[in-house]
Design a protein around this ligand. Structure first.
Ligand SMILES: Cc1cc2nc3c(=O)[nH]c(=O)nc-3n(C[C@H](O)[C@H](O)[C@H](O)COP(=O)(O)O)c2cc1C
Ligand code: SF4
Ligand code: SF4
Length: 269
């Protein structure tokens, strides 16, 4: 059966997850959710099986993914799976949100739902893991994803789980997060160590950064994916939220390249 996996990523975990799943399925195409952001109308996947793979943000979906799910028409789809990657907690509430949106839109929700722990990429909350710790988390995620691909291939039904903690987290934070995320980039700053290389603008999945006099200027339609923060080669970008990001490490999935991020924004994978 033909499969389309729609993905969104800031630092490569979800793209790597989508690729591992695709490798385990025959006839599978990856489509970037960010590349569809300015297209009009419903999205009708030309495939019998559809997957959505994305990170967890504040125990919910990235806002761009929630908006995408509202446009997804599943009339011709037989099997729908959701996979969220996360640093710690909130996976089940993000999957519940996805399931709920799909049911509202299509009278049917997820056939199978999975959350996969990967390195956390939000330094104001968790310092990204390094060295052996990072390698261990990635190896474990890879094994889990290979197993998930087998279950999807068999057409297993996997209901969305429930965690009271995740639900409480979502209830306490997600409304504020989703209402303020686009202007959340006002909390970014750039230091004098900026070399005007333009990488931050190149990797932004939603074209939210323009270069003004050699410095990034954020345009307030941010998704808070943190790609700009993590890709800056001289760590000139900081995010002034909670504990901040100065000296708190940076993270990118080892397989992620600048070209992957450009392809995500432009849709030419
Ligand atoms: C704005 C933001 C909010 C996040 N919120 C959560 C969260 O609620 N729970 C969690 O476990 N991880 C959270 N994370 C971490 C990411 O979900 C996790 O690192 C994910 O694998 C990143 O995927 P990506 O590399 O595809 O962008 C958050 C990350 C960001 C940038
Ligand atoms: S400006 Fe930075 S954090 Fe915001 S969407 Fe672009 S890359 Fe992600
Ligand atoms: S990636 Fe860093 S050094 Fe390059 S333009 Fe952006 S802020 Fe400056």
């Amino acid at each position: 059966m033909r499969t389309i996996i729609y993905y969104f990523t800031g630092t490569g975990n979800s793209l790597a997850a989508a690729k591992t799943i695709a490798a385990g399925l025959s006839d599978c195409e990856l489509v970037s959710i960010a590349s569809l952001r300015n297209t009009p109308g419903d999205i009708v996947p030309p495939a019998g099986r559809v997957g959505i793979v994305c990170p967890v943000y504040d125990a919910g979906l990235p806002v761009i993914v929630a908006a995408f799910a509202h446009r997804l028409s599943l009339a011709g789809t037989r099997y729908v799976f959701g996979i969220v990657t996360l640093g710690g907690a909130g996976g089940t509430s993000a999957l519940r949100q996805l399931d709920h949106i799909l049911k509202e839109r299509n009278s049917r929700g997820l056939s199978a739902a999975f959350d996969v722990k990967m390195p956390g990429n939000f330094p104001p909350v968790h310092r990204p893991p390094e060295g052996k710790e990072k390698d261990g988390i990635l190896a474990s995620a890879d094994g889990q994803l290979t197993e998930i691909a087998g279950r999807i291939q068999k057409g297993e039904q996997v209901p969305v789980g429930f965690s009271l903690f995740a639900w409480l987290m979502h209830a306490a934070t997600y409304r504020f997060f989703s209402g303020s995320v686009h202007a959340g980039d006002k909390k970014f700053s750039v230091s004098d160590s900026c070399t005007s290389c333009g990488t931050c603008a190149k990797v932004c999945p939603v074209g939210n950064i323009t270069m003004v006099q050699g410095r990034p200027a954020w345009q307030h339609h941010c998704e808070l994916c943190c790609a700009c923060l993590h890709f800056c080669p001289v760590e000139a970008i900081d995010l002034h939220s909670m504990q901040g990001t100065k000296g708190r490490g940076r993270y990118r999935h080892p397989a992620l390249k600048i070209e992957d991020m450009k392809a995500q924004a432009e849709g030419n994978r």
